[in-house]
Design a protein around this ligand. Structure first.
Ligand code: FMN
Length: 466
């Protein structure tokens, strides 16, 4: 099995830039064969570590419980799929390619020179204390909560194979945006890090094996109430996990991650305190923040323009709290069926109230850009494209830069989704599209994500839970 996983794409280990380019422009190459019966073996404990103590976060009044559940908690648990033994298809507060959620969350807290290392387990809604260890004096700030997110490759690999690397990093950006929203919603003191030094330190404490897992971002929150709520956790959960019995090493990813960690980068985005943000309503977001799929996107009549305009304006409000995170990106929109807006290509100006500028008329059925024809693009009211501002050279970029740009793409995309949800609209991210064709038709920039946009059909999501 091991050689089967590794042989076919060994060449990429020495040609990482070509690999990066192929994850955008030649994705079919990256699908190695795997027997059907191994495709969707979903082991919910994959990546979960054994604990010294396990705290139940379900049904308790606690800041840390609200914080983690609002960010990455499960909202639906689809038994029908389990019974058919296909896939444990849960849903969460963020979208994820294939619903596989390859990102894991850890917390490091140093108090009196002792570091407590926790892992959040969304499936059981518990916080596992996985280790306590002595810390060096200079390492980690006392009493700050370091939230660390990793990519656990095998959770995504079984379905997406080597295409999954970029996808997991975009997923991580979605998750990062949810951290960010929770920080600004509560007016907390937070910092986002993409830093080789901090990643190395966190890796040492969590004992991360780069053959299986790697760090994608750190969010530091300094808030005594949040910290206190972790210390006060006392509802012990007696469940212990069985071993993660089937994860295999992904050598190519280890090579990329080792190289990236050897590079020097230190991006620290201090989340600007602009006062609490009132528009974020978790209930509305959880009702509408779903990827409804093709059929649900097919409105018979053109939709009203207010939903889209308000979405872009709220997006701009969200972005006031960050300086750098989306500075490399542009948003293009193909408006097709929105009342009062001419059919064509638009650009959205961030930092200027999300203003729309008409670029040129365009009226084509973009069905051909889809890899999987599970959408009717001719009827989808608008398609939002997240593209790079400058023409980024993927053949020359460093490994860490490639990771960072995908993170930015996911970050901006999730903020668009949440702003849409708040304004009664659905979005559906689609990474399975032909980037080259799309760039020819839409904009001569790298187009790195595509989001289908429509108004939302109000559902009673509560009935769908569990
Ligand atoms: C980065 C990213 C890429 C995605 N790509 C596709 C895609 O190519 N095709 C598709 O149908 N859905 C795609 N999705 C949507 C996921 O399938 C969906 O988020 C997941 O099934 C969970 O459902 P939910 O978003 O409704 O909670 C993508 C989601 C993300 C975050």
């Amino acid at each position: 099995m091991k050689s089967f996983l590794n042989d076919k794409l060994k060449w990429y280990s020495k040609n990482l830039n070509q690999y990066f380019l192929d994850t955008i422009y030649d994705t079919d190459k990256l699908m190695v064969d795997l027997p059907q019966d191994r495709w969707f073996k979903i082991n919910p404990t994959r990546g979960m570590k054994k604990a010294i103590c396990c705290y139940d976060l379900a049904g308790i009044d606690s800041k840390i419980s609200d914080f983690l559940v609002n960010i990455y908690g499960e909202t639906e648990y689809n038994r029908a799929v389990i019974d058919r033994k296909i896939l444990r298809f849960s849903r969460r507060m963020v979208a994820s390619g294939g619903g596989l959620y390859p990102n894991l969350i850890y917390i490091l807290i140093k108090t009196n020179q002792v570091v407590n290392i926790y892992q959040f387990d969304p499936a059981l809604c518990v916080l596992r204390l996985i280790e306590k260890c002595q810390a060096a004096e200079s390492e980690l700030e006392e009493n700050a909560c370091y939230f660390i997110s990793t990519l656990y490759y095998f959770r995504n690999w079984l379905k997406y194979r080597y295409f999954g690397y970029r996808l997991m990093n975009v997923d991580a950006g979605y998750l990062l945006a949810n951290f960010y929203l929770e920080v600004i919603k509560n007016g907390l003191n937070g910092e986002i890090y993409f830093s080789s030094e901090l990643f190395k330190l966190a890796r040492k404490y969590i004992k991360i094996d780069l053959k299986k897992e790697s760090i994608c971002f750190v969010v530091k929150v300094s808030d005594l109430n949040l910290l206190d709520s972790i210390k006060k956790l006392n509802k012990i959960c007696k469940y212990q996990i069985f071993d993660d019995w089937d994860t295999q090493d992904i050598d190519l990813y280890e090579t990329i991650e080792k190289t990236a960690l050897g590079q020097k980068y230190n991006i620290c985005e201090k989340i600007v305190d602009e006062g609490k943000i009132n528009i974020l309503n978790s209930q509305i977001v959880s009702q509408n923040r779903i990827s409804p799929g093709g059929a649900a996107m097919q409105s018979i009549l053109p939709i009203d323009k207010d939903g889209l305009l308000a979405t872009l304006s709220d997006l701009d409000v969200f972005l006031k709290h960050v300086k750098y995170l989306v500075s490399d990106l542009n948003i293009y929109i193909y408006i097709k069926k929105i009342e009062g807006l001419e059919i064509g290509i638009y650009e959205c100006f961030l930092g200027e109230g999300g203003k729309l500028k008409f670029i040129r008329p365009f009226n084509e059925n973009l069905q051909i850009i889809l890899k999987k024809h599970n959408f009717n693009f001719d009827d989808t009211p608008a398609l939002i494209f997240v593209g790079s501002k400058s023409c980024f050279d993927f053949m020359k970029c460093k490994e860490s830069e490639f990771k960072f740009i995908q993170l930015e793409v996911g970050f901006l995309s999730h903020l668009i989704s949440v702003a849409a949800a708040l304004n009664g609209c659905y979005t559906h991210p689609i990474l399975g599209f032909d980037s080259k064709l799309c760039e020819e038709k839409i904009a001569k920039k790298h187009i790195l994500n595509l989001i289908a946009f429509s108004d939302a059909k109000t559902l009673d999501r509560r009935r769908l839970m569990y």
